[in-house]
Ligand binder design. Structure first.
Ligand SMILES: [Zn+2]
Length: 151
């Protein structure tokens, strides 16, 4: 989902949170948008480039063509990051931690919904692995079952 769509969708819950606290609303909105920074980390990891226009064009092209480079982990989109970020931030400010928790959860929920819609439309759907543990167990080369060689 494009960042602008996340921003537009996130404005409604952010407005509702602003009725409770401005700090909560801002942390919710920032978390629901900045979570996608992990796409930049992945691009840098695979292509060693940090040209932001090139990165943006790369992801727009991949989204339009539904082409994905294998299974990648998007670290900010994982349940482990959600838990750790919430706990760490809660030690400083519970209001911000609450906003970040719901921002991250809202964003990953929107991504999941987009994947489900793609699957229903039978496009080449793509679900991000939403857990580091799941990703490691399923895709780590050292944990893959090797075919038995008959002796
Ligand atoms: Zn996302």
């Amino acid at each position: 989902m494009y960042p602008i769509i996340h921003l537009l969708i996130g404005i409604i819950p952010a407005f509702l949170f602003s009725l409770i606290s401005k700090e909560l609303a801002i942390s919710f909105l920032l978390a629901s948008i900045l979570i996608d920074l992990d796409h930049i980390f992945n691009y840098f990891y695979y292509y060693k480039g940090l040209n932001f226009i090139e990165i943006y064009n790369f992801y727009v092209y991949r989204k339009k063509t539904k082409r994905h480079i294998g299974k990648q982990i998007y670290i900010f989109h994982t349940i482990e990051f959600l838990v750790i970020a919430t706990v760490v931030i809660a030690t400083f400010n519970k209001n911000i931690a609450f906003g970040v928790f719901w921002g991250l959860l809202f964003h990953t929920g929107c991504d999941l919904l987009e994947g489900l819609i793609d699957k229903i439309k039978q496009n080449n759907h793509h679900f991000k692995p939403f857990s580091i543990i799941y990703y490691t167990l399923k895709y780590h080369p050292k944990l893959q079952k090797k075919p038995q060689i008959p002796l």
